[in-house]
Design a protein around this ligand. Structure first.
Ligand code: FES
Length: 209
């Protein structure tokens, strides 16, 4: 990437393509099978699940279905987690050998693989991750895209507003405005001492380094 225009172009094109990750009524024939590639799920063989799903899709010549590795969904104890979008069905404690059934039953026949649905604390089966009691009172802020995008794909990061704050700072704000925002935020951090970030910025601005 060499210019702001290039970033904007990626954001526009890719965002449409990835709409089904966040929009449950996305107008698409595509399906994305999101497989957690966080540490917990990886140690329970999520990499093998990804490979098996991709292999079966290829062998069966299935079109419009992509398998995407994601970051942690936050429910590691129930991993490996697999979520299928746009219908947003989530399967828990998936094993590599379950890949065939997920493809045959869910993708080809359009039915749920009930035995892989997660049980809530009251014993009821839950289809959507957000409907679990564990999640109902939570709101992810800094990690809101974790589990929705491939953390190793920079275009997906850009599609979900990656670098937008940097863009705003570089092109729409003066140095003093940036320092003002950081001052009001009370942000600290530079080494373990936790100095005020604002102070460091002012020192750099005044060329005292
Ligand atoms: S590592 Fe997969 S849900 Fe946390």
């Amino acid at each position: 990437m060499k210019s702001l225009e290039e970033i904007k172009q990626i954001r526009e094109q890719k965002r449409q393509e990835l709409d089904l990750r966040v929009n449950l009524s996305a107008n698409t024939v595509e399906k994305h099978i999101l497989v957690c590639h966080g540490t917990g799920c990886t140690s329970s063989k999520s990499e093998d699940i990804i490979n098996n799903l991709r292999r079966i899709i290829e062998e069966k010549h299935i079109e419009n279905v992509r398998v995407i590795q994601t970051g942690c969904f936050g429910l590691c104890a129930k991993g490996p987690i697999v979520i299928i979008r746009p219908e947003d069905i989530f399967y828990s404690m998936v094993k590599p050998e379950d890949a065939e059934e997920i493809i045959n039953t869910h993708i080809i026949e359009g039915r749920l693989v009930e035995r892989l649905l997660c049980k809530d604390i009251d014993g009821s089966l839950v289809q959507r991750l957000d409907d679990l009691s564990f999640y109902k009172k939570q709101k992810r802020i800094a990690l809101k895209n974790c589990g929705k995008i491939d953390p190793e794909n920079i275009d997906e990061y850009i599609a979900f507003d990656g670098y937008k704050a940097l863009e705003k700072v570089l092109f729409n704000m003066s140095q003093d405005e940036v320092i003002d925002v950081v001052t009001k935020s009370g942000l600290r951090g530079r080494g373990g001492a936790g100095f005020l970030t604002r102070k460091e910025m002012a020192i750099y601005k005044n060329g005292r380094r």
